[in-house]
Design a protein. Structure first.
Length: 294
């Protein structure tokens, strides 16, 4: 198998379609199909399952994918090192991120980075905390934004700390001093999100042993806020998530205060390609300079 074979495998795995992979690589769908068939014949097992909705990796293909990504990442690092020796700043960086960072933090980072390094291409992948961790493990992204509440095996370089805030419907009675406590939340109707997007609220409720009525289960921040605005229940979200929020809701501090720590994780900290290192340092400097205020 050649390096180009690995690139074809990667394109099909990412796109879930021979046609889309062909468009990405400027080939014909039949050329992609033939290349995959040659790889499967050489390896002795199927790499993809074909279906009406597209193609998905078989268990064999999925087990090979991290190693194939490692080969492609190493080649990208080599090409970037050669470009740097020639006095050029080139390369590609893939970022994995979750909703609030993608909305409120990343646009400013990308704008300033592009102005400084116009020859470096950046790809952004938005998903849940679990998505970002899986992308890091498989090598699909070079840098991932994560919260400390769900970092698992990854070491985080801290970027910012932000308080958790209580979101209440506008017509709910406000606490006398404008502050919500765990006792006030007990047995209230709560809007909650899936485990992969709601680790911070769940950690808070577990820490203070707060029993709540989970009345609405959603999968993203905007739906959460909309349900609170509709009076379905209250919720807890990090400050960055409700930045510039225009919804007709109460947004109150919580006592005792709790924070979400947002940081950067790397799949292999000791093996950053030059462009990845430039992006990593740029993000840290951007946040350290106070441009990433929640």
């Amino acid at each position: 198998m050649t390096l180009f074979s690995y690139e074809i495998f990667d394109a099909v795995a990412r796109q879930g379609s021979f046609n889309k992979a062909a468009q990405q690589l400027h080939l014909t769908p039949s050329a992609i199909s033939h290349a995959i068939a040659v790889m499967e014949e050489e390896l002795g097992f199927a790499l993809f399952t074909r279906g009406k909705s597209g193609v998905t990796m078989t268990s064999y293909g999925a087990s090979l994918y991290p190693a194939i990504r490692a080969v492609l990442n190493s080649d990208e690092a080599l090409q970037q090192s050669i470009a740097r020796l020639n006095g050029l700043e080139k390369g590609k960086v893939r970022l994995g991120t979750f909703s609030s960072v993608c909305t409120h933090l990343l646009p400013g980072i990308l704008q300033s980075f592009k102005a400084q390094y116009p020859q470096i291409d950046v790809e952004v992948y938005q998903g849940t905390y679990d998505d970002v961790k899986e992308w890091l493990r498989s090598g699909q992204v070079d840098i991932g934004f994560l919260a400390s509440s769900c970092q698992e095996e990854f070491t985080l370089t801290e970027l910012l700390r932000e308080p958790l805030l209580a979101l209440l419907p506008a017509d709910w009675p406000a606490p006398p001093d404008g502050v919500m406590t765990p006792a006030m939340m007990s047995q209230k109707n709560f809007v909650v999100q899936g485990d992969a997007t709601d680790a911070d609220m769940r950690r808070f409720l577990k820490k203070y042993k707060i029993g709540v009525q989970r009345c609405c289960h959603v999968i993203d921040d905007m739906a959460n806020i909309a349900m609170v605005e509709a009076g379905v229940g209250m919720s807890i979200l990090p400050q960055l998530t409700v930045k510039d929020c225009q919804a007709n809701i109460q947004i109150l501090p919580i006592e005792p205060s709790e924070e979400r720590v947002v940081g950067l994780a790397l799949p292999r900290p000791s093996a950053m390609a030059p462009a990845v290192e430039q992006m990593f340092r740029h993000i840290v400097d951007y946040c350290t300079a106070g441009k990433a205020e929640a």
